[in-house]
Design a protein around this ligand. Structure first.
Ligand code: SF4
Length: 220
């Protein structure tokens, strides 16, 4: 079966299982900073770090003018606080000096490629962070690849086993049905959390075993 068809069938099956997730309204800069905080940690610690930061320094202007050590202290629970505090402060500094304001509304005027290029030119903002921001906050039809999605996509054979997360964004893009990037992204993460775990995936409960190369291998 052509990989595009396979992706379509898996996407349809997951929608039957989990429904069609809808976007929440989120502020783009809030979304970007939250995504920087999510690097190499789980959602619970990311949210704690984000909430601590917003409580102590409620506006992005406050964060911009704060000492980097203060930012680091507030986000420590999210891990890599030394790097992340610098990344956040640097990004806000550059945004302010380039655009004269601390919001990302100008991205509405950019094409998706231009927006990815703009975001990724800043230190600490990689393709996943850029894609998450554009998909979640701007409703762009692009497919971010997180750790769950990378693992499942390899097991299903959408991408080769040795594929990096960065390369996976490029290889997955042409396979995603139009308009389905966001629901498929959310549903694959839910599927990864509930069934296709990193260790001991619950293959006996899985509705897509027919599509899974990993499953075929463990049957041998
Ligand atoms: S068969 Fe197992 S490994 Fe394959 S997608 Fe389903 S749960 Fe994951």
């Amino acid at each position: 079966m052509h990989p595009k068809q396979k992706v379509r069938e898996v996407s349809d099956t997951l929608e039957k299982m989990f429904g069609v997730p809808k976007h929440d309204e989120v502020d783009p800069l809030d979304c970007l900073i939250r995504t920087i905080l999510s690097q190499n940690t789980n959602d619970v610690n990311r949210d704690k770090a984000y909430d601590n930061l917003r409580e102590r320094l409620p506006t992005w202007e406050d964060v911009l003018t704060a000492d980097v050590r203060e930012i680091e202290e507030e986000i420590r629970v999210g891990g890599l606080s030394n790097q992340k505090s610098k990344r956040i402060k640097n990004f806000l500094n550059q945004l302010k000096s380039e655009k004269g304001t601390l919001n990302l509304d100008f991205i509405n005027e950019l094409s998706t490629n231009e927006a990815v290029e703009f975001l990724c030119q800043h230190k600490g903002i990689g393709i996943k962070t850029a894609y998450v921001t554009l998909a979640f906050a701007f409703g762009r039809d692009i497919f971010p690849v997180d750790t769950h999605i990378l693992r499942i996509s390899k097991r299903l054979g959408f991408i080769p086993n040795n594929c990096t997360a960065e390369k996976a964004h490029e290889l997955m893009a042409p396979l995603i049905p139009q308009g389905k990037a966001f629901p498929f992204h959310i549903n694959l993460i839910t599927f990864g959390r509930k069934i296709c775990h990193a260790r001991n995936p619950k293959c006996s409960e899985c509705p897509i075993t027919d599509h899974c190369l990993y499953f075929k291998q463990i049957q041998k």
